[in-house]
Design a protein around this ligand. Structure first.
Ligand code: URA
Ligand code: CA
Length: 433
């Protein structure tokens, strides 16, 4: 098989066979096929797309390019959730104990990552003593007994995706539905998921700025999942403002506790019920999404979801008393209120820029070596659609430095206040097949 023939076939709009796709993925991973040939193929895919079968084969070829996590020692259907990224997205912290309270196993492997705040592990480490350095045997035992655990990423997962993503970045081929969909799905499948729930964000703070693109991406991923034997569902949700009120690590743990108590922000709660319902249905804990939502509301109301969070923290060395006393979480030295300079309605909160404001305080990392300040971040007091009077507090800055002028200005610049009483539709679509 010659790479040049594979490129020519895709250039002319042909459909690549499973063998051809495996040849290019394996050859590229091993360093036998050079960047310039793969670049050319990527651009041909960008213009000529891929069929459902090609997408499924590409995904599985990338899965097989490296290690695959074997979760078969854990009983039940292992459902994983993936979000295409947002600002102040506290859903994982809420969903892990919430869904586990319905006896759906949550065996989460997580990384630290870069961004406006830390990843799920960083956030959980705001709880004194909590750690993810547990053995695979401990991980399996805990999930079988209590249905929820988080372990740090290990193994060499999807090396083909790592190499391809870096190449796409410099060849203007990131923004291609078949390439994005296979990239995301390969990572979830290699991490051992039997079933997958996707939260595809759309809006200012999202990768997919408009809704049609988000729907197309979601459908592509659901179709790949179902084609390779992993039941997959998706939600299209709005990222036209940050999710919930809190953006930061300890601040989001507190927000997750509030939500598990039934006292969380309306939008975060609604999104967690929607995603949790899909996880519960795929995990076999309910027949329908409506039934699943009723069950999730019940474990919030009767305290079982909160109790599950305590058990989860304790199992991994964490001080579970933070659930009852959130002031035990790291606290920033200074709190500053950002005041509205005019009256009206909040029309828009530019999510991306607000996320950057939080990162400027030290809540996130720009390079892998950066230290995160777990205590700092922002708590929004006004959201889109809210009425504000001049002098009202828009947001509270939690900072360990007294110099917050730049952050304050960034917040003011990115709260648009006007005369329209906008209403954000948070959940735009639910895609179940
Ligand atoms: N995120 C991914 O993991 N892969 C892509 O291709 C794009 C976004
Ligand atoms: Ca939040």
């Amino acid at each position: 098989m010659r790479m040049v023939d594979i490129i020519a076939k895709k250039r002319d709009g042909g459909e690549l066979s499973k063998e051809e796709i495996e040849h290019f993925i394996n050859g590229y991973t091993d360093g036998d096929i050079p960047d310039y040939q793969v670049s050319s193929l990527l651009m041909s895919i960008f213009f000529n797309d891929m069929t459902q079968e090609e997408r499924a084969n590409l995904t599985m070829a990338m899965v097989k390019s490296g290690d695959e996590i074997d979760l078969s020692a854990i009983e039940g259907v292992k459902v994983d959730k993936h979000s295409t990224g947002g600002v102040g997205d506290t859903t994982t912290l809420v969903l892990a104990p919430l869904v586990a309270a319905l006896d759906v196993p949550v065996a989460k492997m997580s990384g630290r990552g870069l961004g406006h705040t830390g990843g799920t592990i960083d956030k959980l480490e705001a709880v004194d003593g909590f750690h993810v350095e547990i053995t695979e045997q401990q991980f399996t035992d805990i999930v079988n007994r209590d249905k929820v655990a988080v372990i740090g990423q290990s193994g060499n997962l999807t090396p083909a995706d790592k190499k391809l993503y870096a190449l796409r970045d410099v060849t203007a081929t990131v923004n291609s539905i078949p390439l994005i969909a296979s990239s995301i799905m390969s990572k979830k499948i290699a991490a051992g998921a039997d079933a997958i729930v996707l939260d595809v964000k759309t809006g200012d703070g999202a990768f997919m700025k408009n809704e049609e693109d988000a729907v197309e991406l979601a459908r592509a991923m659901v179709s790949i999942g179902n084609n390779v034997g992993r039941n997959t569902m998706a939600i299209i949700s709005s990222m036209s403002e940050p999710l919930g009120y809190a953006i930061g690590n300890a601040l989001e743990v507190k927000e997750a506790i509030d939500t598990l108590k039934g006292e969380g922000p309306e939008d975060l709660t609604a999104l967690c019920l929607e995603l949790g319902a899909q996880m519960a249905v795929l995990g076999g804990a309910a027949e329908s999404l409506d039934e699943a939502k009723d069950k999730l509301r019940a474990v919030i109301d009767n305290g079982e979801a909160l109790e599950k969070f305590r058990v989860f923290l304790k199992n991994q060395g964490g001080d579970a008393s933070v659930v009852d006393d959130p002031f035990k979480l790291p606290q920033a030295k200074y709190l500053f209120e950002v005041k509205a300079e005019e009256s009206g309605f909040v029309e828009e909160i530019a999510a991306e820029e607000i996320g950057i404001a939080s990162a400027m305080l030290g809540a996130g990392r720009q390079t892998k070596e950066d230290e995160i300040d777990l205590a700092v971040g922002l708590v929004l007091k006004k959201k889109v659609g809210d009425r504000v009077e001049q002098g009202d507090t828009l947001a509270v800055i939690h900072s360990n430095s007294e110099d917050i002028k730049e952050v304050e200005q960034k917040i003011l610049d990115n709260y648009r206040i006007g005369s329209r009483e906008n209403k954000i539709e948070l959940i735009k679509q639910v895609i179940t097949e």
